[in-house]
Design a protein around this ligand. Structure first.
Ligand code: SF4
Length: 328
């Protein structure tokens, strides 16, 4: 049951067992068996709130496809690697990455509120990460020493799986570094467990000296139900600039209709569609890949149908490049 539950309760109550998930959605046992085979090393994890937005009995549901492992994950496909975006090379120290000028990325936790099967971090060495606020100190000291950095991105995993008291403290420590100007939070939690947008969260985001940006991650309009819409509205009413990033995924959102509906749903809620990512070529996710030529056609169709601000930039991240490359 969701609604009155806390976000921590929602995390605890999430589906972790493929058999239970498939039964709940009235899917044949064969789907659960495939999921058990394919989930080794990256288990199933999906909140009840998220699963409630799926169509029961439909194995092609665009939300289900993002979380239910299938046999194709076990295929070895050349060109699909465990560190496709070069995170290992961008590491300044454990938990702190710098890929681009001005911005540094702090991986405050390895935990997520959902396991997206296409995730480029599914093979990330999270066990090396700092796990407690005390262990973030190294990253904070490093940021304080580098005046060329003016923006910190809290990432993960999902930074909002960390409790607000710790995040508020981190935000204070970052705000005390004079050359930092902006704080960006990359999170899928408002989409997956909308009750994560608590008054405490709004309080520290609104209260920091740094200019806050929240970048959510939705891939399909069906992900944004009334509760998610209310959570996004709470963030916006607190004065937070909201952006969305989407991954272009075969069988999920690789149609003009799906992408138009997603963009319209977002802009109606005051969330700017920021990026449409070409899939990172991570081992186990090849079946989600959409050819770049098809992606370009889709974005062109969006341009024909939507106002410019509702058309995301179609980008690809390549290891070692100074910026994401714009494909369209
Ligand atoms: S929420 Fe983001 S980091 Fe976590 S599994 Fe999904 S895509 Fe990966």
């Amino acid at each position: 049951m969701h609604g009155g539950e806390t976000w921590q309760g929602a995390l605890k109550g999430a589906f972790r067992d493929p058999v239970e998930l498939c039964r709940h959605l009235a899917l044949p046992e064969s789907f659960a068996q495939a999921a058990i085979r394919a989930s080794q090393g990256f288990p199933v994890f999906a909140s009840r709130e998220y699963v409630a937005r799926m169509r029961p009995g439909d194995p092609t549901d665009p939300l289900l496809r993002q979380v239910l492992p299938i046999d194709a994950e076990l295929d070895t496909i050349s060109g699909f690697a465990t560190d496709p975006v070069g995170d290992n090379n961008a590491r300044l120290l454990p938990g702190l990455l710098q890929k681009y000028d001005r911005r540094a990325l702090m991986i405050v936790t390895g935990a997520c509120a959902i396991h997206c099967r296409y995730c480029f971090r599914r093979h990330y060495p999270y066990e090396e990460l700092p796990r407690s606020p005390a262990a973030w100190q190294g990253a904070i000291d490093r940021l304080a020493q580098d005046p060329s950095i003016d923006e910190v991105i809290l990432s993960g995993g999902d930074p909002l799986t960390v409790v607000d008291s710790q995040l508020a403290q981190l935000a204070d420590q970052l705000a005390a570094i004079p050359h930092l100007r902006r704080l960006r939070v990359h999170t899928r939690l408002p989409i997956v467990i909308p009750q994560r947008v608590t008054s405490q969260l709004l309080q520290w985001l609104r209260g920091t000296r740094l200019t806050p940006y929240v970048v959510v991650h939705a891939n399909h309009a069906q992900e944004i139900d009334a509760e998610v819409a209310a959570a996004l509205t709470r963030l916006r009413e607190a004065g937070i600039t909201l952006l969305n990033q989407t991954v272009l995924l075969r069988g999920v959102n690789d149609s003009v209709e799906a992408l138009v509906n997603l963009s319209l749903r977002l802009v109606d809620l005051g969330v700017l569609p920021y990026y449409l990512h070409q899939l990172d070529r991570v081992a186990g996710a090849a079946h989600f890949e959409v050819p770049i030529s098809r992606g370009r056609e889709l974005v062109q169709s969006l341009r024909d149908r939507l106002p410019g601000y509702a058309v995301p930039r179609y980008v690809i991240e390549q290891a070692g490049e100074a910026a994401k490359s714009v494909l369209s």
